[in-house]
Design a protein around this ligand. Structure first.
Ligand code: C2O
Length: 537
């Protein structure tokens, strides 16, 4: 195993998109940011040097960070932000994960432009069929307005933020947008070759259907865990998720569009309904325009569900049969009543809010949760009373009862898990304000997705549907619109781990909580001491 050292300098760069010049935040002036390529078992040391004008942190999305919580990155959760002019070294090992992950800023909405791929190759490649890899495919969202200003405006007014102005492949909107076609991402391919394609959904707020004209894709991995091969003409990726596929380029030589557009499950909620494209090019000179794939309608939940429920883990799951912590979390968007002096641009003079078990997560400001806990100074920073169940039993058929979950209570609460405990979480979409698929991501853990379904989760009826044999292992699960998903993991990683909806608009509104996993010693003593350069708030 090797150590790699990288300098990630956060700085402004000028790029041209959609007919205009923009100053954006970048790593090393690159957009998307640099690709990290490692072998399983390697360690990374990334020196973040902030020469930008915003506070920033970086998160290594999906990296387990075993006992290296100080390097996880969510601001005010595991560290205080790195201020302009300061620097911080992230150090961590990537072990027992192979495939594709990514990294992104975890402050404000900086991740709109501060993100990149993390490719993890097998240390010993003898047991995998090597296929030539194409460059990673990062799907993103572009705003003409500075994304930090977009979220600041939404936070001030309580209204929904602007939707994006374009979807992108590797930072480029593609042929269907103004002033974009000259920069469309192009992937050269060779006739007859089978290639590994790595997809990452780095978009802020949009789940994406993806298809490649004329070609099937065989899914072999998701979120850096292998899956049973599954051949399909369509992928669905929620923000945060990755998918590795094999494609055989066996079609008549020509040019073929890869296209992505929204899966927008929420009724009546505005979304970016444009289509981004890239070109797969066999290199045969051809003047005709590339073939376009068909993508499902934006609200095609049946197709979305058919894709996600087709993924299976490659190997038999290693699941303890016992469940020590059985949690039931409602996830959804609600509304805050207006208080004096606030702008209330939400529906009917309210402010948008979102919650888990009716608690709308508020980031602390005087310390990060992990620092406060490590130093035994939780007071004024967080409380350890996150509820295991919602305050009222959620029930779609009794909306008057469930309306109690319209108005969340703001708070910074963690749920304490005993080290080594087997944890099951039923994630129940409340979807009271507007039904929507929520991609729920947990830091510090991968989890098995045992089952998902629509309507109310019913333990008596639904426990029998759990796939205990080959459930997929992921770090981000799309909780179906008007439905539920059940996940399981073993709390074997001490630290403070954020769980949140990976639609940034929802984390902004509070759809988050954190697990505090004690190591059994009581004070996270087996976590390394905080690094000397860990920023203070
Ligand atoms: Cu990819 Cu908390 O994030």
């Amino acid at each position: 195993a090797k150590d790699q050292y990288h300098e990630f300098v956060i700085r402004e760069a000028t790029v041209k998109r959609l007919c205009k010049s923009h100053n954006i935040m970048t790593v090393n002036g690159e957009f998307p940011g640099p690709t990290l390529e490692i072998n399983e078992g390697d360690s990374l040391i990334i020196n973040l040097i902030n020469r930008g004008r915003y506070n920033v942190t970086l998160h290594w999305h999906g990296v387990r960070q075993m006992r290296t919580g100080w390097s996880d990155g969510p601001e005010f959760v595991t560290q205080c932000p790195v201020r302009p002019g300061q620097s911080y070294r992230y150090r961590f090992t990537v072990a027992a994960q192979e495939g594709t992950l990514w990294w992104h800023a975890h402050s404000s909405w900086l991740r709109a432009t501060v993100y990149g791929a993390l490719l993890i190759r097998p240390r010993d490649p003898t047991d995998v069929q090597p296929a030539r890899e194409l460059a990673p495919i990062l799907l993103g969202e572009w705003w003409d307005m500075n994304p930090v200003d977009v979220v600041r405006a939404a936070t001030r007014t309580g209204a929904a933020p602007n939707i994006s102005d374009a979807l992108t492949v590797n930072g480029q909107p593609g042929d269907l947008y103004n002033c974009s076609s000259q920069d469309t991402a192009v992937f050269p391919v060779k006739s007859g070759e089978t290639n590994l394609l790595r997809f990452i959904n780095a978009a802020l707020n949009t789940e994406l259907f993806v298809s490649l004209a004329g070609h099937n894709m065989t899914v072999v991995g998701a979120d850096a865990s292998y899956t049973k091969p599954y051949t399909t003409s369509l992928l669905l990726l929620a923000p945060g998720q990755t998918t590795d596929v094999l494609v055989t380029f066996d079609q008549p030589p020509g040019r073929y569009y890869l296209a992505a557009r929204a899966y927008a499950s929420a009724q009546g909620v505005p979304f970016d309904n444009t289509t981004t494209t890239a070109i797969f090019d066999y290199g045969a000179a051809s003047a005709s325009s590339p073939a376009m794939p068909t993508l499902p309608p934006y609200n095609d939940t049946a197709t979305a569900t058919a894709f996600t429920t087709s993924l299976r883990g490659l190997r038999k799951a290693e699941l303890p049969s016992r469940v020590d912590e059985s949690l039931f979390f409602t996830v959804g968007v609600g509304l805050f009543n207006c208080t004096k002096g606030q702008q209330c641009g939400g529906p009917n003079g309210t402010r948008f809010a979102a919650s888990i078990n009716n608690v709308s997560f508020v980031l602390p400001s005087s310390s990060s949760i992990l620092q406060a806990h490590y130093h035994g100074a939780a007071g004024g920073v967080f409380t350890a009373d996150f509820p295991a169940n919602p305050p009222v039993q959620f029930d779609y058929t009794a909306q008057n009862v469930s309306r109690a979950l319209w108005q969340p209570v703001a708070g910074t609460k963690v749920y304490k898990l005993k080290y080594g405990s087997s944890v099951q979480v039923v994630l129940q979409g409340t979807n009271i304000f507007a039904g929507e698929n929520h991609p729920i991501h947990i830091h510090g853990y991968d989890f098995y997705i045992l089952a998902e379904g629509s309507g109310n989760f019913d333990a008596g009826r639904d426990t029998g549907k759990f796939n205990m044999d080959d459930p997929p292992m992921r770090n981000t699960v799309g909780v179906p619109v008007n439905g539920w998903a059940v996940i399981r993991f073993v709390a074997d990683n001490p630290g403070v781990w954020l769980m949140h909806c990976h639609l940034d608009v929802h984390i902004t509104w509070g759809l988050a909580m954190a697990f505090l996993v004690d190591d059994g010693v009581g004070e996270l003593q087996s976590l390394e001491a905080p690094p000397p350069d860990l920023p203070l708030c």
